[in-house]
Design a protein around this ligand. Structure first.
Ligand SMILES: Nc1ncnc2c1ncn2[C@@H]1O[C@H](COP(=O)(O)OP(=O)(O)OP(=O)(O)O)[C@@H](O)[C@H]1O
Length: 590
């Protein structure tokens, strides 16, 4: 941990001044012509709860995303505990609930908590997370089966996993019933009491009033007020008066005494005024006893409405920042790199989660792992009846290649497109999890499922169809196809990062079937139209299948040409995947 981080959060050792855990000054961010944030500023100190308020489109979420390093500011300074929000060391001390992010529905709540705990160096105990977020009774349920409010509690639990020193909550109580909302409030109060800085955006002003020590109000991309809710309310001397007059009130006289927004309905008079004494004097002059008289100051909601209605020039300027903006330090990427032990811990936990997700995805297991054996039953068994061992070996090797391509393409790559679709990647990006660890965690499950697919086919073809291959041939077939599968992993990534989540699955299925068929995996090329034979040498699937055919002794097997073609395809697909990934970074995260 860097020196900067050690100094964070409490009193600055040098001059005794308190350092903010969150600091934003002069923030500006636009999307094309839309100026989402023009002048954003705020500070949150350790142990403090700050609510960011403002109408729809005021720039709250954009500011929060800049603070989290999910968006790159155009101008201004954003710092978390004195460091850069994109640093994994800083992210390791933050917890985040985001609007509209998603989680895989096939993982259980406890599994998700354990996965997120592995992202952090010093996580909270699993049971403590479950208790704090009110998830103890839901621990064994699948995330996808939970109601919206229950899912929201899971997001809170995941945000608490790393014992955060800064907790960001973007509209955390949306969809929560009143009991769950109070549970959320008490969890927030508890972590704040332990010194965590909490920043929450909310449209529930009652929530801001109950929870927040200070309020930051945004309007049209600017911070227009920063202070406590009492300060905001007391700025407005206006009072609300209501009473039940005994007779018909003289509304003209009441208005002349300084009353506004006068309503007289069903014998009840209500009004607002900044001249409370004058109005009361007029009312008392008309009748000595005022029935059901109530005089109250404005609520936070009314104060916020008032602030937004009056121009920001009428407001007290936000207090000057306790520290002057300083230009962001040049990023030290070497210092920001994850250490090897953390990387390995994340890969282990993520690998387990990826494995569980694939295992529970029946569509994946049935179509990708079992379909090659089902197809072999159609094509290979007839050859067994004809007693042609070479044709059977050809078919076994062809369908083995077909199965391996499916696992690489769908298990590894296309799954990424789906995760982009439900924005699981957005949430992961706000944690210290590294993109390389995230991608690496898919390798072992893809290899395990490839071997599983090949083993099912091997068992079926030897026991039912009587295929006879030597152990060395089986080893060459399985080992070669599992290793060579990297080209289809790259192809899957290229599809996953370049196509929309909806298009990625169907496009992959069509490409997969066409390429496999045109490469002779179903029917030998010499039984297909001559065009297929001329086209096959250009297809990655044909060169890949030659690994299998070579392993079972059918010539020509895998050679230098195939190696070069597959290497070239791997490089091209990888380049496409990187381009797609970078484009995504620009559109979603810049
Ligand atoms: N990715 C984007 N591309 C284009 N415009 C965007 C993008 N994200 C936000 N905006 C625009 O920036 C402005 C501020 O949006 P933002 O989401 O920050 O507001 P908000 O205060 O969080 O609103 P809400 O309360 O509705 O969540 C809006 O006009 C919005 O349309």
């Amino acid at each position: 941990m860097t020196e900067t981080l050690k100094a964070v959060g409490g009193l600055d050792a040098r001059d005794g001044r308190r350092e903010p855990a969150v600091r934003m000054a002069g923030l500006a961010k636009s999307f094309g012509d839309v100026q989402a944030v023009v002048e954003g500023r705020m500070e949150v100190f350790p142990g403090e709860v700050v609510a960011v308020l403002g109408p729809n489109g005021a720039g709250k979420t954009t500011s929060l995303h800049c603070l989290l390093g999910l968006r790159q500011p155009d101008a201004g300074v954003v710092e978390l505990m004195g460091g850069s929000p994109t640093s994994p060391q800083v992210r390791a001390q933050c917890g985040v609930v985001l609007q509209n992010s998603g989680l895989p529905g096939t993982l259980r709540v406890r599994e998700l908590v354990d996965l997120f705990r592995a992202y952090y160096p010093d996580p909270m105990d699993t049971q403590e997370v479950l208790d704090l977020a009110g998830l103890a009774d839901l621990a064994e349920r699948f995330f996808g089966e939970l109601s919206g409010g229950q899912q929201q509690r899971v997001y809170l639990g995941l945000a608490l996993c790393g014992k955060p020193r800064v907790l960001f909550l973007d509209e955390p109580s949306v969809g929560l019933d009143s009991v769950s909302r109070r549970q959320l409030w008490s969890a927030v109060q508890r972590v704040a009491a332990e010194g965590t800085a909490v920043l929450l955006t909310t449209h529930y002003l009652e929530e801001a009033d109950a929870l927040a020590d200070r309020i930051v109000l945004f309007a049209s991309g600017r911070t227009v007020f920063e202070g406590s809710s009492t300060e905001m309310k007391s700025h407005f001397r206006r009072r609300l008066i209501s009473l039940r007059p005994a007779g018909e009130p003289d509304l003209e006289a009441v208005r002349d005494s300084g009353a506004e927004d006068i309503e007289y309905v069903d014998g009840m008079l209500s009004l607002t005024t900044a001249r409370t004494a004058d109005v009361l004097r007029t009312l008392l002059g008309a009748e000595p006893v005022l029935n059901d008289l109530e005089v109250r100051g404005i609520s936070l909601e009314e104060a916020v409405e008032e602030v937004l209605r009056t121009s920001s020039a009428d407001l007290p300027a936000p207090a000057p920042a306790t520290s002057q903006p300083r230009p962001s330090a040049k990023r030290d990427r070497a210092a920001e790199r994850l250490d090897a032990a953390s990387w390995a811990r994340m890969v282990r936990a993520q690998t387990k989660a990826e494995f569980l997700k694939l295992k529970r995805d029946m569509a994946f297991v049935l179509t990708t792992c079992l379909l090659p054996t089902i197809f072999f039953a159609f094509f290979g068994l007839s050859q067994a009846r004809n007693g042609d061992p070479e044709a059977m070996a050809y078919t076994v090797a062809g369908f083995s290649a077909y199965g391996a391509v499916g696992v690489g393409l769908f298990g590894f790559g296309v799954g990424i497109a789906a995760e982009r679709g439900f924005k699981w990647d957005l949430l992961i990006r706000a944690t210290p999890m590294s993109p390389s660890a995230y991608l690496s965690s898919r390798i072992v499950p893809a290899a395990v499922f490839t071997l599983f697919t090949l083993c099912v086919l091997a068992v079926f073809s030897t026991s039912v169809a009587g295929v006879r291959l030597s152990p060395a041939q089986w080893a060459a077939l399985m080992g070669g196809l599992t290793l060579g599968n990297i080209v289809f992993v790259a192809m899957g990534l290229a599809i996953g990062y370049n196509l929309s989540p909806k298009a990625a699955g169907p496009v992959s299925t069509v490409v997969y079937l066409l390429l496999s068929f045109a490469s002779g995996m179903f029917v030998p090329l010499n039984q297909l139209p001559s065009l297929a034979e001329s086209l096959a040498p250009f297809l990655p699937t044909w060169h890949f299948a030659r690994i299998g055919w070579g392993a079972v002794g059918i010539e020509p097997g895998f050679g230098l040409t195939s190696l070069l073609v597959l290497t070239a395809y791997t490089a091209a697909f990888t380049a496409l995947a990187v381009m797609g990934y970078r484009r995504e970074l620009k559109t979603r995260f810049l």
